[in-house]
Design a binder for this molecule. Structure first.
Ligand code: AMP
Length: 185
């Protein structure tokens, strides 16, 4: 199964992604996690990415596309994967389409996790990660609306989009996801 997971910061993507990959035995590809590791290890990419991440901006497309294309071609991804936090721009989506076409591995579904803004703000303020400070949160939500929301239409046009209500308990949301994903086993 090959899944893209889209949702604003604070929607609970990371938590649900963990549950999905363990239930369906998929590889979890989170660009946010990869970047935070790169920053902690002070690699060249990490040093480059840090300034964007700390201000709530996107890391440049070519950097992200480079990271993902290398990872997607690895052997473990053959059994299926969940992309969490990628693509986030139309340029990234087009690059991904090209990679998947070349490997003859089309997507099964694009899941959108939908949560209202006031609820997102509350959740992010509680989480307290480095980039969860109020002005940075504001920036990240604005960048999401501007850069990532257009992807929903992009994938709806390909009849791949399924929107899931991201409000409620972790388990209830997971049940909603499974209802959709079980069709692709
Ligand atoms: P996340 O953990 O997915 O919220 O990602 C944390 C931060 O990493 C984001 O605010 C961006 O600065 C950066 N980032 C992660 N994924 C991407 C992406 N696909 N494109 C651009 N920047 C990204």
């Amino acid at each position: 199964m090959r899944i893209i997971f889209i949702g604003p910061p604070g929607a609970g993507k990371g938590t649900q992604a963990e549950k999905i990959v363990s239930h369906y035995k998929l590889v979890h590809l989170s660009t946010g996690v990869m970047l935070r590791v790169a920053v902690a290890e002070k690699t060249e990419i990490g040093l480059q990415a840090e300034k964007y991440m700390s201000s709530g901006q996107f890391v440049p497309d070519d950097v992200i596309i480079g990271i993902i294309s290398e990872r997607l071609n690895a052997q473990d991804c053959k059994k299926g994967f969940l992309l969490d936090g990628f693509p986030r721009t139309l340029t990234q989506a087009a690059a991904l389409d090209e990679m998947l076409q070349k490997n003859n591995t089309p997507l099964d579904i694009v899941l959108e996790l939908k949560v209202p803004d006031d609820e997102l703000f509350r959740r992010l303020a509680e989480r307290g990660r480095d980039d969860d400070k109020p002005n940075v949160i504001h920036n990240r939500l604005a960048v999401y609306a501007e850069q990532t929301l257009p992807l929903l239409q992009y994938y709806a046009k390909q009849s791949l989009l399924k929107t899931i209500d991201g409000q409620g308990s972790i388990n209830i949301i997971f049940e909603r996801m499974k209802e959709t994903l079980d069709k692709f086993i």
